[in-house]
Design a protein around this ligand. Structure first.
Ligand code: S3P
Length: 171
């Protein structure tokens, strides 16, 4: 089985859905942020604080560029689509699934998630989070094979919708 790559803004459900999707489909789940933390021995927050966002983006790019495994569900970081070269790589890795959500929904999910520190939104008001999100929408759309709106769906329903779409498209 080919890989399934999940993209979308922070709080869209990439990690939760990625785990479920892998379990249901007998695949292995991989979270790029976790891998970057494992490889560097630093948290994402430490990388941002000590080396800056550009250094993090470079590591993220190298992970995507060098990814050569099969049968994986990959949960990417929400900013992976910012680099043009990443968008070009993603376009060649179908199925890439864009998990969409209404901004008010992911802002709420981000508020509730006390376990993950996300440097780009940690201290931002909701309107500022939207300012981070809006310029990215076109990049998510451009990179994705198809999208699923997760706003009113449970992770199980999102998983089922993804599998149905993959089957329908013959991917
Ligand atoms: C980021 C998203 C985060 C993480 C980093 C930057 C972003 O991943 O990669 O904090 O720029 O959107 P999640 O989308 O898994 O939260």
């Amino acid at each position: 089985m080919d890989n399934i790559i999940l993209i979308g803004f922070m709080g869209a459900g990439k990690t939760t859905v990625g785990r479920l999707l892998a379990e249901k489909n007998n695949m292995t789940h991989m979270d790029f942020d976790d891998k970057i933390e494992e490889m560097t021995g630093c948290t994402i927050q430490e990388i941002f604080n000590e080396h800056g966002e550009a250094a993090f983006r470079q590591l993220e790019h190298e992970f995507l560029r060098d990814f050569s495994l099969n049968n994986h569900v990959v949960s990417t970081g929400g900013g992976i689509v910012l680099m043009k070269k990443n968008r070009e790589i993603l376009k060649k890795m179908p199925p890439v699934v864009y998990l969409k959500a209404d901004p008010d929904i992911f802002i709420d999910r981000l508020k509730q998630d006390k376990t993950t520190i996300r440097p780009l939104v940690a201290t931002k008001a909701p309107a500022e989070v939207k300012d981070v999100y809006l310029p990215r929408v076109k990049y998510y759309e451009e990179s994705a094979t198809f999208s699923v709106d997760t706003s009113s769906l449970s992770p199980e329903e999102v998983t089922a919708a993804i599998l149905e779409k993959i089957k329908k498209l013959g991917l």
